[in-house]
Design a protein around this ligand. Sequence first.
Ligand SMILES: Nc1ncnc2c1ncn2[C@@H]1O[C@H](COP(=O)(O)OP(=O)(O)OP(=O)(O)O)[C@@H](O)[C@H]1O
Ligand SMILES: [Mg+2]
Length: 425
Amino acid sequence: MSETPDIVSPLSSGQNAADNRISLSEEGELAALRKTNVALESRNYELREQVRQLRLQNAAAESQRDQHKREIKKLRDELDSYRSPPLVLGTIESVLDENHAVVRSTTGPQFLSRISEHLTSTKGLVPGAQCAMHLQSFTVVDILPPRYDMQVEAMEILDAPLVTYDDIGGLDEQKQLLRESIELPLKSPRLFEAVGIEPPKGVLMFGPPGTGKTLLAKAVAHHTKATFIHVVGSELVQKYIGEGARLVRELFQMARERAPAIVFIDEIDAIGASRTHDAYSAGDHEVNRTLMQLLAELDGFDNRGDVKIIGATNRHDILDKALLRPGRFDRIIEFPLPDAKGRKVILEIHTKKMNLRKTVSLEEIAGQTEGMNGSELMAVCVEAGMNAIRKRRTMINQEDFAKALASVKSGRTGIVMQQPDAMYS
Ligand SMILES: Nc1ncnc2c1ncn2[C@@H]1O[C@H](COP(=O)(O)OP(=O)(O)OP(=O)(O)O)[C@@H](O)[C@H]1O
Ligand SMILES: [Mg+2]
């Protein structure tokens, strides 16, 4: 207030110096000015007061802002900690409203979960989507991009195996049947249309162990340009309810998307064994469910669709009847133990790179290996090579083969357990 210039003083001094010549009207003017002055001063005071108040308010707001900033940082940190692993994976079953969803955790139970407000995008928030949930609160904190389970993704064979049809001894008929049923429909579907028959959808290979079933499937994978998906039946047996069926569904979905495709299910008896009506364990139920999904998938795809299926088993007798009916596996191919001719070819294949003496007669060995399967014949060849190495020789002779034969044969019978004599006496 004190620094306000006194606008009255010069006027008043001028007033004092002059005499009574000042007219009444001037005096009135003076009074009005004084009044204005007072008003202005009080206005000035008011404004200053306002400025002070605003400054105070500003300081308060600034301190509040800082406080909020700190709070935001704290919340962000907390949010990050929610997002940081380990998170529980689950599947959205239904979305109730903006903030709530029913989620089935992969560990089994269902939850009514809160949906985090900080989801980067709610686009994928649909039933069936995979989501990540906080470990304790089970709040949905993230939606996983729609892709197949890593396990399914890994089943696709990207590097073709090195096995070719020429590496398989004998089995000419089997090779022919498989190529006709799998390769031909993929390569020339028109042929089947012209003839007016539905191309086979799949084949089932069965036979004793070591007779070349997996080997032939590898050769198909080597020769085909189609996507080759390899799965072992036991991989589809899962711990949690519905997981096996989901894998089967995703497997075929992936095959359809990447068609032309061949799905090879090795050791299919792991899930394809006859369903038991008295399945009393949860595990049996789960395997049954997985099989049902497989049956549905086999029916599901369009006949001329480009997805073919190859199954392999050595227990075709225990497979479920539904799996064996025509229309699921159209052709059932038996892989018998090789005959003498077949055994000779298999021996030739496995000794192709070996340094054999001229005197070695593979025909003779083939004659002596009655009842042996392909893998045992391979073992005989490897063992013969080892016998030569033991003698520090690089050439393999007939005697090496004779010894190898004896040891492989004894190996087959040698696994019979010795009966303990004195255990119960
Ligand atoms: N016809 C064959 N020609 C050449 N090698 C063979 C033949 N059959 C089997 N073998 C040899 O035996 C090995 C095992 O064969 P493969 O894995 O195909 O048996 P499998 O029929 O699938 O047996 P399993 O039913 O036990 O799975 C092959 O890696 C191969 O070295
Ligand atoms: Mg096999």
